[in-house]
Design a protein around this ligand. Structure first.
Ligand code: CP
Length: 323
């Protein structure tokens, strides 16, 4: 693996999941793999889980991790080629990225979309320019449209939960991705990415449910069943992934905040005792009710804890294939 920016960078998702679960069982088994190697983690936007789990994962492999909050501590970066830099940006990625390439062995970066211009956001300019100019392997810590480390974690968590279930379910698991209300427009990254990974994994009966006009890009959802009826979607579900996203077609808008879409116990009872997932952070009693988050059905803490093993599996693959 050279770069990790989407499910397309992974040739065998199951093998990567097994690598991650192997690290969970024995975190320090490759503690010298990254000796004398350094990862730079650039954050243009806030983070808690991604930042800490990537740092811990690197340290478990013997790597040094340097965190740089570019967004509020660094020079404002320009990403457009041939830009006339007479505005607020101070340094071009063409000048900065080769320096990162000399300082580090792996570069990881988090950027968010503007949610103003769909074409710009979906062009993934930031991460493409970093890959183009850094000259070293690049890991997405969430980009404008995808969050691959989160999605790998989600598949790991689903697989781990299935393996730990005493009786097994004896069929493909039913996984439901449901839209939830939120007070501000959020990116489509987590939902796009989850859909992309579940489809690429190919081992689930996958349903997406959302209000009308909240369709995601077919590029990611193709292969899933899509319905506007949440109650119908939840029937027999084994896993329910709860997430808000803003509109894709009329880009970056909130059309509804109907609280009926917040998952509550009275709808959860239609599931097959489903485990509840969310990438966090979560707005309690807006996106998900306390009764769901605090109940036995919630696996959000297990899920967030697994971020370490996902990051460790990806970093180890990159270290092994790039020397
Ligand atoms: N889920 C997730 O990416 O969390 P952070 O934004 O805290 O990194």
């Amino acid at each position: 693996m050279r770069n990790f920016t989407s499910a397309h960078d992974v040739t065998d998702i199951d093998a990567l999941v097994q690598t991650a679960l192997g690290y969970k069982a024995d975190p320090f088994k490759d503690k010298v793999l990254g000796t004398n190697k350094r990862i730079g983690c650039l954050f243009l936007n806030p983070s808690m889980r991604t930042r800490l789990s990537t740092q811990i994962a690197a340290q478990n492999l013997g790597m040094e991790a340097i965190i740089f909050n570019v967004g509020n501590e660094g020079w404002a970066l320009e990403f457009e080629d041939e830009a006339i830099m007479s505005g607020s940006t101070v340094e071009h990625v063409k000048d900065a990225a080769p320096i990162f390439g000399n300082y580090f062995d792996i570069l990881a970066i988090r950027t968010f979309p503007s949610l103003k211009n769909r074409e710009d956001d979906y062009s993934e300019l930031y991460i493409k320019q970093i890959i183009k100019y850094a000259g070293i392997p690049v890991v997405s810590l969430e980009s404008s449209t995808l969050h691959p480390l989160q999605s790998l974690t989600d598949i790991i968590t689903i697989q781990e939960t299935l393996l730990n279930s005493s009786s097994g379910i004896g069929r493909k698991p039913k996984i439901v991705l449901t839209w939830a209300p939120h007070v501000k427009p959020l990116p489509q990254c987590v939902a796009n990415s989850f859909a992309q990974w579940v489809n690429a994994w190919g081992k689930a009966d996958f349903v997406i449910t959302h209000p009308e006009d909240y369709e995601l890009s077919e590029e990611f959802t193709k292969g899933a069943s899509i319905t506007h009826n949440q109650e119908e979607a939840l029937k027999g579900a084994d896993f329910v992934y709860v997430k808000n996203w803003s509109t894709y077609n009329d880009y970056g808008k909130i059309y509804t905040n109907d609280p009926k879409w917040m998952l509550k116990h009275k709808r959860w009872v239609h599931t097959n005792n489903a485990k509840i997932m969310h990438c966090l952070p979560v707005r309690r009693n807006v996106e998900l009710s306390d009764e769901m988050l605090d109940g036995d059905m919630s696996i959000v803490t297990q899920q967030a804890s697994n971020r370490v093993w996902a990051a460790q599996a990806v970093l180890s693959e990159i270290l092994k294939s790039n020397g």
